[in-house]
Design a protein around this ligand. Structure first.
Ligand code: ADP
Ligand code: MG
Length: 399
């Protein structure tokens, strides 16, 4: 994939109607926004467009309305919050690309901002229906994508609309693609990738691509046990993707052939059962990776592994981390994740964190401002690392 994409700065926007896809998929409770982080994150692009005289038509999805109008998923709350943040009235369309949207769009003056209704109120959105893409395109002269979190989806408002309009990236996507694209295409070395978390089968695919790029690959968290099992260890009741054992063996072989150092846990924290509730009390002990009993499950990396992984991070110049090292939601099982987050925070390297839970862990643990880049897209950053083409980025004009 070409990571060198034209941005809002590479096109004249003055007097033009600009359809800007944002990520306003904000959490709400009883009709109130509980975190406006994503709205705040979109401000640089919106401000740039306004300051340069564009007529700004914002759009986003929120939740999963499945092609139907759902009052509780209306973006009206976002328009109100945006109005406060921008200090100007953001007009809210009653529909996505219907009559009301067209009327409001035609009334826009230079520097004005409006917001379309939740794109997923339209059935065509997630099907990337050309009819909807065309209707969206008719609202504007230029398309700007600034929603990295949905860039891996080929939907009408994330990619389809670019079939009918010249398309550019906003600052958020430019940053994501700039930092992660550089890490993949031309990293400062040593390049260390750390994988963990629970979505084992999803993430195993990333390994194949990362082995082409990295000097060291670290595998912890729920992913590690499938590898340990592939090496012949018993893993008891730990997470295991039994269908991927051969794949893991292939990956270990590939690592050896490529001279990539592959680090697996040497010890692990085990418990008799998964804590319930997840942050409730849990009785644990630490065992060597080869000595996991039949009646226990591995829920965090052990102390020796924490040191091993932190040491590998210490000498790195680029670090990519996706997926917690253990069930970090439980304080007893968070030590591995804290150790890795601490190692990244202490490192001088370019450090990149992707994945919803890993990002949340960094923030909860207070390490976020010591990380070079925390990706805003879980699934999108993973597909990026996998080397897949992201439709929402591939559709943008090349530089
Ligand atoms: P991310 O969102 O960062 O991509 P995932 O969604 O893949 O990460 O995984 C996060 C989850 O993995 C966390 O909820 C954590 O509790 C869980 N997890 C980590 N290690 C283990 C383990 N050994 N066994 C079971 N679950 C685990
Ligand atoms: Mg997750």
């Amino acid at each position: 994939m070409n990571y060198n994409k034209k941005s809002v700065e590479d096109v004249e926007v003055r007097g033009k109607r600009v359809l800007c896809r944002c990520d306003f998929n904000v959490p709400t409770k009883e009709g109130k926004i509980t975190s406006d982080k994503r709205i705040v994150a979109a401000l640089p692009t919106i401000n740039y467009l306004r300051e340069h005289g564009a007529r700004v038509i914002l759009c986003s999805h929120m939740g999963k309305p499945k092609g139907e109008y759902k009052p509780e998923l209306s973006l009206k709350v976002v328009a109100d919050r945006l109005s406060e943040l921008l200090g100007v009235k953001v007009r809210m369309a009653k529909d996505v690309a219907g009559e009301d949207a067209h009327r409001l769009a035609s009334e826009l003056q230079d520097g004005d901002v409006m917001l379309l209704e939740n794109t997923r109120f339209e059935k065509g959105e997630t099907k990337n229906d050309p009819e909807l893409s065309k209707k969206l395109a008719e609202l504007a002269d230029i398309f700007v994508n600034d929603a990295f979190g949905t860039a891996h989806r080929a939907h009408s408002s994330t990619a389809g609309v670019a079939d009918y309009l010249p398309a550019y990236c906003g600052y958020l996507i430019a940053k994501e693609v700039g930092i992660m694209g550089k890490a993949l295409a031309d990293p400062e070395r040593p390049f260390v990738a750390i994988l963990g978390g629970a979505k084992v089968s999803d993430k195993l695919n990333v390994i194949n691509n990362l082995l082409e790029k990295v000097d060291t690959l670290i595998i912890g968290g729920g992913m590690a046990y499938t590898f340990l099992a592939a090496k012949g260890c018993k893993v008891g009741k730990s997470l295991l993707d039994a269908e991927k054992l051969d794949y893991c063996r292939d990956m270990m072989k590939k690592a050896e052939e490529k001279g990539v150092k592959l680090l697996l846990p040497v010890d692990t924290v085990v418990a008799k059962s998964f804590p319930d509730p997840i942050d409730g009390p849990v009785e644990v002990c630490t065992v060597a990776a080869e000595e996991i009993g039949d009646d226990v499950m591995g829920l965090d990396i052990g102390e020796k592994t924490r040191e091993l992984f932190a040491d590998a991070v210490k000498s790195a110049k680029t670090v990519v981390w996706n997926g917690p090292m253990g069930v970090f939601e439980n304080p007893t099982l968070a030590k591995g994740t804290i150790a890795v987050a601490q190692a990244l925070a202490d490192s001088e390297a370019v450090t990149i964190v992707g994945g919803g839970d890993s990002a949340a862990a960094c923030e909860q643990l207070g390490f976020a401002d010591k990380i070079t880049h925390i990706s805003t897209g879980g699934g999108a950053s993973l597909e990026f690392l996998e080397g897949l083409e992201l439709p929402g980025i591939a559709c943008l004009e090349d530089k």
